[in-house]
Design a protein around this ligand. Structure first.
Ligand SMILES: [Zn+2]
Length: 264
């Protein structure tokens, strides 16, 4: 008898919760998302940060990328970028597309090592030692700039940009590479990602060659690009071998701002 009574009470509770007034919607999550977005918009990013002069390993806005998502240990991105990437990774996985981060944040000093190695010939560019084959500094810089940034001008400084799967254009002509790129073109925007170095044409006449592997988390990087344009002057691009070519090459206008118009 007692058991029956308890069952009756439980049933009555169940019915009342189904037929009662609609529950008040919990808007706390929405409010938080809005606040975070607003925070990003309103935050003043320092010139030092925009130029990559910081350490991502100790900066609390950054986090280590879990190895599941990357090709090697020890890579960092801004926390918001990782959160958005994880959602994109899961969605891609469900459709048989595997995304792997192969390069992420590189600060000024890391970019300086890459740039100077290419400049002085210790790292070959297209199989060539540029220090021996291109004597003219502007021409040598232009050759490196086909795919590599000058220190202080790279989107990889910001913790919003990443290279996915392969740095070779040939990969994106394979069955797997094509499928991956097509998926990204169709779906990446849903997760906030955009391909800044799209094909070069009248819409994007300047800057780096097309990079199908390079993707950027727009909710953050569009704000950073805007502030970069306001705060960084050509004379700030200095502190590495060959930096004197930056003004002749109009590096900020043509390279930093020379991106896919959809990624602004
Ligand atoms: Zn890249």
């Amino acid at each position: 008898m007692r058991v029956r009574f308890i069952l009756f009470v439980l049933l009555a509770l169940e019915i009342s919760s189904c037929s009662g007034k609609p529950e008040k919607r919990d808007t706390s999550v929405e409010t938080k998302v809005f606040t975070e977005a607003e925070k990003i918009q309103r935050h003043e990013y320092s010139a030092e940060y925009l130029l990559g002069k910081f350490n991502q390993k100790t900066d609390t806005s950054f986090a280590l990328i879990p190895i599941k998502y990357s090709s090697k240990e020890g890579m960092y991105l801004r926390k918001e970028t990782i959160a958005a990437f994880v959602k994109m990774y899961d969605a891609a996985k469900k459709e048989g597309v595997s995304l792997k981060i192969i390069s992420a944040t590189r600060n000024f000093n890391e970019q300086k090592s890459i740039w100077e190695a290419k400049w002085n010939g210790s790292r070959l560019v297209n199989g060539k030692n540029l220090a021996q084959t291109i004597k003219d500094p502007v021409e040598r810089a232009k050759t490196i700039l086909r795919y590599s940034s000058m220190p202080g001008t790279s989107r990889h400084h910001w913790g919003t940009d990443m290279d996915l799967n392969s740095l070779e254009n040939a990969y994106f002509t394979t069955v797997e590479g094509k499928k991956t790129y097509e998926w990204l073109k169709k779906n990446a925007a849903t997760f906030g990602f955009c391909q800044p170095y799209s094909v070069k044409n009248e819409m994007r006449p300047n800057g780096y060659e097309e990079e199908k592997w390079h993707w950027s988390y727009m909710p953050l990087s569009s704000v950073l690009l805007k502030q970069y344009s306001e705060k960084i002057k050509p004379e700030s691009i200095t502190g590495f071998t060959g930096s004197e070519t930056s003004t002749k090459l109009n590096i900020i206008e043509h390279y930093v701002k020379g991106i896919n118009p959809e990624c602004r």
